[in-house]
Design a protein around this ligand. Structure first.
Ligand code: FE2
Length: 424
């Protein structure tokens, strides 16, 4: 007797397969016979491993307008605004907002999130709050927490000390922001310091790196070199890397092999990068997204991150990684069928690889987490960003939703037409 049987779904690679679950594990796939306590009929629907977001800020989420909105829309005003907000927000406020966000995420099939946590303020209420959230959602969302010195490891007087305190409190990943340090030299030194810290503690490192339009920003080069020096490989990630958009092509031809050699991964965040970068340009305005296809062509693992939802930097967002993939696909011009399918893999498999999630996938023995989408294949899922008909986390159904077709009543067109082309 199985606990749950997902019948007849189409997997992202096009295979049609049942998925049988016992406890929190997938115990059989293919054509499965046998009874189950509960059955989900997924015939004609896409069944995918859960969505994964490797870059988010959960201490700031759902705070839009508190204490006011970001008038200029720039990264720097966002940082200043957040500096005010983090002094106003209580632990309870941040926990409540983050839990609401995690409800949204669960309903969207987003079941693993890496969140940066600001370790700048001496009170570290941000850290206290996010540790509480990690504990509260552990049954359905895997939350990785990054110790993130938002105001600079060195630029803030107690930046380094507080980052170490936060790691000692139990945060999982070492973070940084070299382009926000006072000088390029300080930024480079912060990277040496942070990578050494990660290596000594056996932790991962994920740095906000070169998130600017400055074509001369060179921190990713230093990050790659330090990752190579310490052998951190895929335990290291560079987030944003937007300056690469503006860099000289000759320099990039040297840089990409260095990044590939290091084995580090990259996390562009298309929703936020397309709105925040290029704000100082007149025309033409740069897009500010890093070189995604070019990095992939060098064998570098690149995921899509969401970064922000309704906070000082970004006023929209729904916890839907398909929105992120949709925007990324457009801005990076990933329109070939292979590239569109790749965009779906980026918000599932590639992001899971970046976060090193154990037991991720739909094979026998994997952790029984999955999402059933009202779409026939991954590209259609990106096109429609459809209903998540069912979300299963660690063997339990955590969200169900009905199909949401328009009921048409058109003269001469008696039958309602589904938006979907594939599948049913
Ligand atoms: Fe970020």
């Amino acid at each position: 007797m199985f606990d749950l049987l997902v019948k007849g779904g189409t997997l992202p690679d096009g295979t049609v397969s049942d998925i049988a679950i016992r406890g929190d594990r997938i115990v059989a796939t293919g054509r499965v016979e046998g009874a189950a306590r509960e059955v989900i009929d997924a015939t004609g629907d896409l069944v995918s491993p859960p969505f994964v977001d490797p870059h988010f800020h959960m201490d700031a989420t759902l705070s839009y307008g508190i204490p006011r909105v970001n008038g200029s829309g720039t990264l720097l005003e966002g940082i200043a605004l957040w500096g005010e907000l983090r002094e106003l927000a209580s632990v309870e406020d941040m926990v409540a907002r983050a839990l609401t966000y995690c409800d949204w995420a669960a309903s969207m099939g987003l079941l693993a999130i890496r969140s940066h946590v600001d370790t700048t303020p001496d009170h570290l209420r941000t850290v206290e709050a996010m540790l509480e959230v990690r504990r509260r959602v552990a049954g359905y969302i895997d939350l990785q927490l990054v110790a993130f010195p938002q105001d600079g490891l060195y630029r803030s007087r107690t930046g380094r000390e507080n980052l170490i305190r936060a790691l000692d409190m139990g945060l999982d990943v070492v973070g940084g922001i070299p382009h926000f340090e006072r000088t390029m030299a300080d930024g480079a030194e912060s990277l040496r310091d942070l990578c050494r810290m990660a290596a000594d503690r056996g932790l991962r490192v994920d740095v906000h790196c070169d998130e600017s339009d400055d074509p001369m920003s060179r921190h990713v080069e230093t990050l790659a070199a330090e990752v190579t020096r310490h052998g951190l490989g895929a335990r290291a990630a560079g987030s944003h890397l937007t300056s690469m958009h503006s860099m000289d092509n000759y320099y990039v031809s040297k840089l990409l092999p260095l990044i590939a050699e290091s084995g580090m991964t990259a996390i562009p965040n298309p929703l936020i990068n397309i709105t925040i970068q290029g704000r100082h340009d007149s025309f033409p305005k740069r897009r500010g997204l890093t070189r995604v296809k070019e990095m992939q062509a060098h064998g570098i693992t690149v995921g899509w991150g969401q970064d922000c939802v309704m906070d000082p930097w970004y006023s929209l967002g729904t916890a839907d990684m398909l929105d992120v993939a949709f925007m990324g696909l457009h801005v990076a011009q990933m329109t070939h069928p292979e590239e569109m399918a790749r965009c779906f893999r980026m918000v599932t498999e590639d992001n899971a690889k970046i976060m090193a999630l154990e037991g991720y996938g739909l094979g026998k023995g994997c952790i029984a987490s999955l999402v059933v989408l009202d779409a026939g294949n991954p590209t259609e899922a990106i096109r429609l960003r459809p209903e998540r008909l069912a979300v299963v986390s660690k063997g339990k159904i955590v969200s169900r939703r009905a199909r949401n077709d328009a009921q048409l009543a058109l003269p001469g067109r008696p039958e309602a037409v589904r938006r979907r082309i594939e599948g049913r």
